[in-house]
Design a protein around this ligand. Structure first.
Ligand code: F6R
Ligand code: MG
Ligand code: MG
Length: 380
């Protein structure tokens, strides 16, 4: 009989911040911790950790209830409701932004928050990485994940680890048409890249081992613009990864972030900026509402519980993860990201500093064109 599968869920939302779109108030995070501690006592979740990246609250939860579970999603929904209430009481900025419905229907999908979840049989030792990005969109992970899982010049393990060498199944989501396709690496690598290169439409949803290890990573791909019926914000996506023993190692997951990568989002969700790797503590958007930031926290899983640097068995989410991008090893990557962002920013409101017309979160062009309707003349 196979072992019971553990589920790791990250559910996240921006429900208001101090100052402008910078960071949630500490009391919003504390309130979320209290609600998840109750959910833990009730046996809904095994364990949890509450953190943030920029203005987004991120709830990490482990449980045995499977993906899309009503009680687990309900606990997260309650956290965001409560945090939004606190934000409103303090007149914080964009209080309640990602709460798009009054009635919880059993799942946060389509209700505003983003979610990434994976279920698997816990291995003898299970290292987990949690990437969190702010001021960008799900397809921002496509380039680093392609390097990690498809490029042997990035991940030596793809060549020298017999299980990694068997390749991976890559699920690609068409975020506009709401459909998906599963493709196989290494044999379909070039076709996979042909799709993923269009970051305005295609994004990696999940990647699974072809050596029987199960899921390797999963990305939150809920497009807020579609769920809201209008563009109200980039998703600021999360990505949960399992590492080592036939999957990319921790170091192989981190390596691509040493070089600047331009991703869509940044100021007004309408610019390209370079991913800035940092600690959650350093993730306030301090330069032109950005640049887009990427954090990576690590935990070991221990019988469904999160194990960080805290003493064994600590309860109530009082965990201390390994904060990978905190190290000054990343100072050069940060400096290069600011340099790249500054360069592209110098082009002001001209493409490719700003995004293509269909991707702009803000645009005045339709009104400008309307006003000019009678003044435009046909060319001979
Ligand atoms: C981007 C973001 C910010 C805002 C910008 C304008 O995701 O959150 O860059 O878009 O600060 O915000 P409003 O329109 O609220 O003044
Ligand atoms: Mg915000
Ligand atoms: Mg955000």
């Amino acid at each position: 009989m196979s072992a019971e599968k553990v589920t790791v869920s990250v559910i996240k939302a921006d429900v208001g911040s101090v100052v402008g779109h910078s960071r949630p108030h500490p009391s919003m995070l504390e309130a979320s911790k209290g609600i998840l501690a109750d959910a833990q006592k009730q046996g809904i979740i095994e364990d949890f950790y509450v953190t943030r990246v920029g203005d987004d609250i991120n709830l990490y939860m482990t449980h045995y209830k499977g993906k899309g579970n009503k009680d687990v999603h309900g606990a997260a929904w309650e956290c965001f409701q409560k945090a939004a209430k606190i934000a409103k009481s303090m007149k914080l900025y964009a209080a309640g932004q990602d709460i798009l419905t009054d009635a919880f229907s059993g799942n946060v999908k389509g209700a505003g928050p983003g979610s990434a979840e994976m279920s698997f049989e816990e291995r003898g030792s299970e290292p987990l990485l949690f990437f969190m990005a702010d001021k960008t969109e799900p397809s921002a992970y496509s380039l680093p994940l392609s390097k990690i899982f498809l490029d042997p010049f990035t991940t030596t393990g793809l060549v020298v680890d017999a299980r990694a060498k068997k390749g991976f199944c890559v699920e690609i989501q068409d975020v506009i048409d709401n459909k998906k396709v599963v493709m196989k690496s290494p044999e379909e690598t070039l076709s996979i890249l042909s799709l993923l290169g269009d970051t305005s439409r295609y994004a990696i949803k999940r990647i699974c081992s072809r050596a029987g290890i199960g899921p390797a990573c999963v990305v939150s791909t809920d497009k807020l613009n579609l769920t809201a019926g209008k563009y109200i914000g980039k998703d600021d996506p999360v990505c949960i990864c399992r590492a080592q023993s036939g999957l990319p190692s921790v170091g192989e997951y981190l390596q691509p972030f040493i070089n600047p990568m331009l991703v869509a989002g940044w100021m007004r969700g309408s610019h390209y900026g370079a991913f800035y790797p940092c600690s959650p503590e350093d993730s306030d958007p301090v330069y032109f509402d950005g640049p887009p930031r990427i954090c990576c926290l690590g935990f070991q899983l221990n019988e469904g519980k999160l194990q960080g640097l805290e003493p064994l068995g600590t309860k109530n989410g009082e965990h201390i993860p390994v904060d990978f991008f905190k190290s000054d090893t990343w100072d050069l990557a940060r400096a290069n990201a600011v340099k790249a962002s500054r360069f592209i920013r110098s082009q002001g409101p001209f493409m490719p500093s700003i995004l293509g017309p269909e991707e702009m979160e803000y645009t005045s062009r339709p009104e400008v064109l309307k006003e000019l309707t009678s003044r435009f003349e046909r060319l001979d």
